[in-house]
Design a protein around this ligand. Structure first.
Ligand SMILES: Nc1nc2c(ncn2[C@@H]2O[C@H](COP(=O)(O)OP(=O)(O)O)[C@@H](O)[C@H]2O)c(=O)[nH]1
Ligand SMILES: [Mg+2]
Length: 334
């Protein structure tokens, strides 16, 4: 199967849609995804590797290895809590004689990280008609880009998409969204600069209903410097969407920039207090040496990571696969 067809099949799985025709077996697809993740995550992998490489060297492990491993995991942004839990688990496995050398340790760590994060692959159900997806986060985290990338994937799978430009704070933001909408053939619902974001979101849902669209993506503003206003505004947008459809929003995705490291955790807590979050989109994983932040987010917030941004281009968004991620980041270098 072509790489594009391969990608479409993975996205169809995320959205619980019929897979595109000419399917091949899952094993091949999984290997494909792992390969691309490895490629896209090559920078964090290389950056973490020197520290872990010594630990993973094919020699018998010593008592010192546990402190070194804990330090390496904390440095990689996995968070104190998850790092300690992982080391405890691995130390126990070693005590039972199941880990004796560095390469067994590497394999066990990747398995433990994958298991700690998400036993099941993420889903974004599109059962509601239309399904309303609210995209929130601080300024510059990658919300608008993520909306554009999602519109592209959904359109590819034959879904009719409406984008609500509820970031009415900057005119440039709406223009940026218009470009993304045009590229994916999505319909853009917008109002003038300074318009009420709730009104735009309401319009977008109403318009999607009238046109029989499948999905509404609502892009929102992120202004870190006016945190309280932003949170009030978000709450309002979410409530107004609920007036257009009492079951909406069906998903509220928090977009977090992986390069902000542990700061992302406090952002997630603040946003979670304002609106119930259903998932995290972790962007810019291509630009950080500390890919471990995904582990910390999952462990400390209990919100699943559903999507990963690995670049600026239209195709640089992937359904998050914890196992593939853990193998790409935490396995021994070949
Ligand atoms: N390298 C990289 N850049 C990204 C990614 N996602 C978004 N960006 C860039 O981050 C910047 C801010 O993105 P934007 O979508 O405007 O953020 P917003 O303010 O949250 O809407 C832009 O330059 C994007 O191209 C990603 O996954 N990787
Ligand atoms: Mg934006």
């Amino acid at each position: 199967m072509s790489e594009a067809g391969d990608e479409r099949a993975i996205w169809a799985e995320l959205f619980e849609l019929e897979p595109p025709p000419a399917e091949e077996d899952q094993g091949t697809r999984r290997r494909g995804l792992l390969g691309r993740l490895r490629e896209n995550l090559s920078r964090p992998r290389q950056a973490i590797s020197p520290q872990l490489a010594g630990i993973f060297a094919p020699k018998l492990i010593t008592a010192d290895v546990w402190d070194e491993l804990e330090e390496a995991l904390i440095t990689a942004d996995c968070g104190m809590d998850a790092s300690i839990a992982l080391v405890d688990q691995l130390r126990e496995e070693a005590g039972q004689g199941r880990i004796t050398n560095g390469s067994e340790l590497a394999t066990a760590l990747a398995t433990a990280v994958g298991g700690l994060m998400a036993p099941e692959p993420p889903r974004i159900s599109l059962r509601a008609s239309p399904t309303v997806i609210l995209v929130v986060g601080v300024n510059g985290s990658g919300k608008t880009t993520t909306v554009g990338k999602l519109a592209h994937r959904l359109s590819e799978l034959g879904q009719k998409v409406v984008i609500g430009a509820a970031d009415t704070f900057r005119a440039a933001a709406v223009d940026q969204l218009a470009v993304w909408a045009e590229r994916s053939g999505a319909q853009l619902v917008r109002q003038g600069p300074g318009a009420d974001p709730g009104a735009v979101a309401f319009d977008a849902v109403s318009s999607a209903r009238a046109r029989g669209a499948d999905v509404v993506l609502v892009d929102t503003a992120g202004r870190l410097q006016t945190q309280r206003n932003l949170m009030d505004e978000l709450r309002k947008v979410s409530a107004v969407v609920g007036k257009a459809d009492p079951t909406a929003p069906h998903e509220t995705l928090l977009v977090l920039d992986a390069t902000t490291g542990q700061n992302g955790l406090s952002q997630a807590r603040l946003f979670g207090e304002a609106v119930p979050l259903s998932g995290v989109v972790l962007t810019k994983l291509d630009g950080t040496a500390k890919g471990g932040i995904a582990v910390a987010i999952n462990r400390e917030l209990g919100i699943p990571i559903k999507l990963a941004g690995v670049g600026e281009k239209l195709q640089d968004l992937q359904p998050f696969d914890a196992k593939a991620y853990a193998q790409a980041i935490f396995s021994a270098p070949e």
